[in-house]
Ligand binder design. Structure first.
Ligand code: AMP
Length: 114
């Protein structure tokens, strides 16, 4: 059995509030939201982090960015603005080792992040 939590969510073995699915990516609401909209966008293919992205993933990542923009419009956060972030490694606070982007919006955000 695959032990990766996000692989298991992508395979629908673990329940999640899925808001988008295609052949290559899945979007679902973060279980511990940090903003009114907090959606995680993952590749279905297991990639550990942005550190491990290779050229073959370029098209999928293009789709992921377009999906983030589409979901931001659908969530009503496009006008106010939104953030798309991916954490890599312990200093950044990466806790799930499967490439994912946090789509955050619906409140004023600080910069730099904590
Ligand atoms: P990161 O800390 O950047 O690796 O982000 C992992 C994110 O996954 C965190 O924001 C968690 O709240 C979220 N998370 C962990 N388990 C689940 C789950 N079962 N369903 C949805 N989100 C989750």
């Amino acid at each position: 059995m695959n032990e990766c939590l996000f692989c298991r969510i992508a395979a629908r073995e673990v329940p999640a509030d899925v808001v988008h699915e295609s052949d290559h990516i899945v979007g679902f609401r973060d279980i511990n939201p940090q903003a009114p909209t907090h959606i995680l966008l993952i590749t279905k293919e297991h990639v550990s982090s942005a550190r491990d992205v290779d050229e073959d993933l370029g098209k999928v990542l293009g789709e992921l960015f377009r999906t983030a923009a589409h979901l931001a419009r659908a969530e009503g956060i496009d006008e106010g603005g939104w953030r798309l972030v991916t954490n890599v490694g312990p200093d950044a606070g990466q806790s799930v080792h499967h490439l994912h982007f946090h789509l955050l919006g619906g409140r004023q955000m600080d910069w730099p992040p904590g």
